[in-house]
Design a protein around this ligand. Structure first.
Ligand SMILES: C[C@](O)(C(=O)O)[C@H](CC(=O)O)C(=O)O
Length: 305
């Protein structure tokens, strides 16, 4: 477990070096709460991704419609980022939550919370998931104000926080407009580009080529607007980062629904025998916590748990 008071390079600096190194594509599975983050961290990834859609679902019980605010998102991100502060957390920051002053706060708060990277997009404030229909985006000038505010705020606090510029302009305005917005965001100081809702393999390849050598992120939302692209294929195309936002949420939904249904219909959960409470707590750092207590001379758990 990483300490909350880093003795090492910040997660933002670690991610920044990873992005600029010639290494393999950075794979970040979506996590949506402490438990899913623990599982992903235990499996072992170079980075993890806090999905806004999953945060909305798990933290406030709502769809990804711009309902989770800065405080909801930041608090959630801080908890996740500090479970292991040596593994960079890339976190959704939606529209940045307002004008330049709010975006400045978003950058400051995310950076202080230990987040390594965030993405800010050009949707209107009453946004929606990038894979739904009927999206609206703000004019390019307003998008650039958001990016400039983010870059200035990051520089002012001397943080390595990676700023990912996301455009949702593909659906309303098409490919050329989206590339043009991302180039302008790059020129305004954004570190990584993210073209949301890519609709074909050709478009995905072209995005990387048209923005090269700027690093580009691929959002692999399964069964959304984008055809299925594997990590290997994304690397081959030249993407620098790939996120799988629903890697945790979608299977969790299916598993929970089945068990709740079984409990309702048959009166039992059918939980597997090895799923003891202790085993479940071990996923969430039980051993580390007991060690902390014992090292401090605590006796509360001396007889075991
Ligand atoms: C990446 C994303 O912002 C997220 O919240 O994870 C979403 C995922 C989704 O809702 O499909 C997005 O692509 O808008």
């Amino acid at each position: 477990m990483g300490s909350s008071f880093p003795q090492h390079e910040s997660a933002a600096s670690i991610l920044r070096s990873m992005i600029s190194s010639p290494g393999p594509i950075i794979l970040a599975p979506g996590v949506y709460d402490g438990f899913s983050a623990r599982i992903a961290l235990a499996v072992g990834f170079d980075a993890i991704y806090m999905t806004g859609a999953g945060t909305s679902a798990s933290r406030i019980g709502h769809a990804d419609l711009g309902i989770a605010n800065l405080n909801d998102m930041r608090e959630h991100a801080e908890m996740i980022a500090n479970l292991d502060d040596s593994i960079p957390l890339i976190a959704d920051a939606d529209t940045g939550y307002g004008g330049p002053i709010m975006i400045t706060r978003t950058i400051q708060h995310y950076a202080r919370s230990g987040v390594a990277a965030l993405h800010i997009e050009d949707q209107v404030q009453t946004k929606r998931c990038g894979h739904l229909q009927g999206k609206q985006v703000v004019p390019t000038a307003e998008f650039l104000i958001r990016i400039r505010a983010a870059v200035a705020a990051r520089r002012a606090i001397g943080s390595d926080l990676v700023i990912i510029a996301r455009t949702d302009a593909l659906q309303p305005f098409g490919y050329e407009e989206s590339i043009s917005r991302l180039r302008l965001a790059r020129d305004a100081g954004a570190d990584v580009g993210f073209l949301e809702g890519l609709t074909s393999i050709e478009e995905a390849k072209a995005t990387v080529q048209d923005l090269a050598p700027w690093p580009v992120l691929l959002n692999m939302v399964e069964h959304g607007a984008t055809p299925s692209i594997s990590v290997g294929e994304a690397q081959e195309m030249g993407f620098r980062i790939v996120i799988f936002p629903f890697a945790g949420l979608a299977p969790a939904y299916k598993a929970m629904k089945e068990v709740y249904q079984r409990l309702k219909e048959k009166g039992v959960t059918g939980a597997e025998a090895h799923m003891t409470p202790k085993q479940l707590f071990e996923v969430s750092g039980l051993k580390d916590d007991l060690e902390i207590d014992a090292k401090a001379g605590g006796t509360a758990f001396a007889g075991g748990v």
